[in-house]
Ligand binder design. Structure first.
Ligand code: PLP
Length: 406
């Protein structure tokens, strides 16, 4: 049962009242980025207008206040994901940069012939950095396949481990199929073989509780902008033992201890991995987005989104010509689909003409599209502020689009 006061939640998002194509917009592109509540926007405005000063470099009041705000946010993230210390929470520009950081820095220990396990459902952000490393070092990429429901072939996953395996890197939730992967079990298996694990949590962190201590993963990465937070901010959680061993990712200010032309020492964690002026205002404001999630409660968010998913998916399954990609038993609030032989762009355009905003294309997962034998899909994805009336508007718009394209 839905216990949330969605009207009150929606009042924090003025953008949800705007019109597209002369109708009340229905925003269903939340997997690409979610909207941002007023409290986050107001915090950004407040920080720019009253607090802006560069962090960590000044003794003056403003600089110290801004540094406190940034570091409070780091502590909030630590608490939110249940990391054991703030040294394990590195701010990045997003999931993509966090993965690149791990691949470049942790990956610098890998040699030709070492094997890294990925899955066929990865976002390009968890494929291309590994390919760049492959062209530098000669590592080998092994890929886990899916079944017809879009669930990982766990038998194959286990069979890919051998004495050359040095890392496994996989998404928690697929941005196309919505599949929730058994990442705790996958991590446990990898650890049993002495293999560290990176979990791409970009699509999980907005929809479920993340507990890195419980998952026991070595690295966990996610983006603020998909979690009702500012753009351009992400988090790399890494186990301290690895972060301590790893070389810096970028060089510059903030990440040093002492610099001479002969020799440089590096700052302590987490600053060793935060070269240059960070987006300290975005980082500070991210804490307000976490407040937003915590005030509603992640369990409430998840059950509302699942109710929407079930409602919409059941009705789409009954629509003639609609094919849904991804029907895993553990699935997040994402529906990828095609209609008849229509191109996803045509469906997307016809939905937009009716005020419904969905994503179309390959969703930065071209290898998965190849595996499915399709050029792309239309993707509708839900957030906590979406309503059943919006689901109905989407379904009606889809019926009309399908009739036009028949
Ligand atoms: N990984 C997954 C599963 C994603 O869905 C996305 C974004 O859609 C990313 C990585 C990249 O996130 P960002 O563009 O915020 O770095």
């Amino acid at each position: 049962m839905d216990m949330l006061d969605i009207d009150a939640i929606r009042r924090e998002f003025p953008i949800l009242s705007r019109e597209v194509a002369g109708r009340r917009m229905v925003y269903l592109d939340n997997s690409a980025t979610s909207q941002t509540p007023d409290r986050v926007v107001e915090e950004i405005v407040w920080l720019y207008s009253q607090e802006k000063a560069n962090v960590h470099r000044g003794v003056h009041t403003l600089s110290q206040e801004m540094t406190d705000q940034q570091e409070r946010s780091r502590e909030h993230v630590r608490r939110y994901i249940n990391a054991s210390s703030i040294e394990e929470v590195v701010f990045t520009r997003g999931t993509t940069e966090a993965i690149n950081l791990v691949v470049s820095s942790f990956g610098s220990r890998f040699k030709a012939g070492d094997e890294v396990i990925l899955t066929v459902m990865e976002h390009h952000a968890n494929i291309v950095p590994w390919q760049l490393l492959r062209s530098r070092t000669g590592i080998v990429l092994r890929v886990v396949d899916i079944n017809e429901r879009g669930e990982l072939d766990m038998e194959q996953y286990r069979s890919l481990f051998n004495e050359r395996t040095v890392m496994a890197s996989f998404c928690h939730v697929s941005n196309v199929l919505g599949t929730v992967n058994p990442v705790k079990e996958m991590t446990e298996y990898a650890h049993g073989k002495g293999v560290p694990v990176l979990v791409d949590g970009a699509q999980a962190s907005p929809h479920m509780k993340i507990d890195v201590a419980d998952l026991d993963c070595d690295f966990y990465v996610f983006s603020s902008h998909k979690m009702y937070g500012p753009t351009g901010i992400g988090v790399l959680y890494g186990k301290r033992k690895w972060l301590e061993e790893m070389p810096p990712y970028q060089g510059g200010g903030e990440m040093i201890g002492k610099v001479t032309f002969e020799h440089t020492t590096f700052a302590d964690l987490p600053f060793k991995f935060e070269a240059g002026t960070p987006d300290f205002i975005g980082i500070a404001a991210f804490s307000k987005a976490l407040d937003f999630i915590e005030d509603i409660g992640m369990d409430n968010i998840a059950s509302h989104e699942h109710a929407l998913l079930e409602y919409a998916q059941k009705r789409m399954e009954a629509m003639e010509g609609v094919r849904i990609y991804g029907t895993a038993s553990e699935k997040d609030a994402v529906i990828s689909f095609l209609v008849g032989n229509s191109h996803p762009y045509d469906i997307g355009l016809l939905l937009d003409k009716q005020g419904v905003e969905v994503r179309t294309g390959h969703h930065c997962a071209m290898p998965l599209m190849d595996r499915l034998g399709i050029p792309g899909t239309v993707r509708a994805s839900f957030a906590v502020y979406n309503t059943f009336e919006e689901a109905d508007s989407f379904l009606a718009a889809l019926q009309r689009a399908a009739a036009i394209l028949e």
